[in-house]
Design a protein around this ligand. Structure first.
Ligand SMILES: *Cc1c(COP(=O)(O)O)cnc(C)c1O
Length: 382
């Protein structure tokens, strides 16, 4: 740790822990002396199909104009989104990934001493966003099934007098994959005080089973304090481009558009997002591969007696063992075999690991490496 004594740094900034993402393939190759071509990365919930070809072509065409700033209003992208969602363009705010939307929401609505509520095991960015703006975070204990306890979250929002400024709800949630029914969310929205902004994070909504799907835009029309966030990083395959968006009534989006950095979404990302939105075949294939991969992984977990949390996303949280550091041990043993998954000790789940759902051969490589990793970790623990 370096000391920063001469600078005027608030304690809430000093205490921010660095974000730890999934390990990059090249780093694992260097560290373990492996061939990068043989490494399987199932650590960051990326789309295993990669970027759609339609998006690559759109970006190639957009290259010629990169000498200019991007369209800060995102006209072309918003036009497609407006048509899809049935809202006017001033109901939208664009972000450099939806993390940007989550953080801009904290800056806009919870800065200067606001209070933020989120669930235990909720996405790490929620707590970080609160910390970045000096807000107080109230973390609400999860249900026994690792999901959001909306009744307890409502009580935490109400607090003892002053309602929270902001509450984050993810559906499905990451890293747990848990799902909230539309009725539960609607009941929650109806009871949250009008002065509390609700951020409904739908990063994985495209992976939902048709029977689980819900129309949150209709809630945005009904609830002036609701912001829905979506991303192109997961099912649309554009994680490296950093693009996402928020949907809310203009009273919220107007302020967020003032707070966000100007030109926060680059021109290549905007062109790729338009192409991806128009590429239904890619989205359908992403969904299909994910469902097949979920069945492949969970069938193997069931057969081996490995505990996992049923997931509505493109990843599965599974139990690595009983030892206090089982997740770290199994993770290391997987890395040695060239398989990268995500430790979740930072979520308070040191016995668990999260595996992103890959292609059939990627899942098979993970499943082939897993028994030895589990055995190794058990022996190391004994
Ligand atoms: C991956 C993820 C996001 C989206 O991240 P981007 O910044 O859009 O890449 C948002 N919320 C949750 C819960 C996620 O897991």
């Amino acid at each position: 740790m370096t000391t920063v004594a001469p600078f005027h740094i608030p304690d809430y900034i000093r205490s921010i822990a660095p974000y730890i993402g999934g390990k990059p393939i090249e780093e694992v190759a260097r560290e373990f002396g492996l061939d990068p071509a043989k490494i399987v990365k199932l650590a960051s919930n990326e789309n295993p199909l990669g970027i759609p070809d339609s998006a690559k072509r759109a970006m190639a065409a957009a290259m010629a104009d990169l000498g200019r700033y991007p369209d800060d209003a995102g006209f072309d992208l918003k036009r497609v989104l407006c048509e899809r969602l049935g809202v006017a363009d001033d109901w939208l705010v664009l972000g450099a990934g939806s993390s940007d939307i989550l953080i801009t929401a904290a800056m806009t609505f919870a800065g200067n001493g606001g209070r933020v509520v989120h669930s235990q095991y909720g996405f790490v960015v929620y707590g970080l966003a609160a910390q970045k703006v000096g807000a107080d975070a109230t973390v609400v204990a999860a249900t026994a099934g690792f999901g959001h306890d909306l009744d307890a979250m409502l009580a935490a929002v109400l607090g003892d007098g002053t309602p929270a400024a902001l509450v984050y709800v993810a559906n499905p949630s990451n890293p747990t994959g848990t799902f909230l029914t539309p009725a539960a969310i609607e009941g929650f929205l109806a009871q949250v005080p009008a002065e509390t902004v609700v951020v409904l994070d739908e990063a994985y909504t495209e992976y939902l089973d048709p029977a689980q799907r819900f129309d949150s835009v209709q809630w945005v029309r009904r609830f002036p304090n609701l912001l829905v966030s979506r991303t192109f990083s997961k099912a649309y395959g554009l994680a490296g481009l950093r693009i996402g968006y928020g949907i809310a009534q203009p009273a919220l989006t107007d302020l967020m558009n003032r707070v966000r950095a100007a030109f926060n979404v680059n021109a290549l990302a905007q062109s790729a997002a338009v192409a991806a939105l128009n590429d239904q075949a890619f989205l359908d294939e992403s969904y299909r591969v994910n469902r097949a991969g979920y069945r492949q992984l969970t069938a193997a977990f069931d057969a081996a007696g490995i505990d996992y949390v049923p997931s509505s996303g493109n990843f599965v949280l599974f139990r690595a063992g009983d030892a206090a550091d089982a997740g770290a041990k199994v993770n290391l043993a997987l890395l040695r075999q060239g398989v990268i998954v995500r430790p979740v000790a930072n979520y308070g789940l040191p016995q668990w690991l999260r595996v992103s759902i890959g292609t059939e051969p990627e899942n098979a490589a993970f499943l082939a490496a897993l028994p030895m990793a589990l055995r190794h970790a058990r022996q190391a623990a004994a």
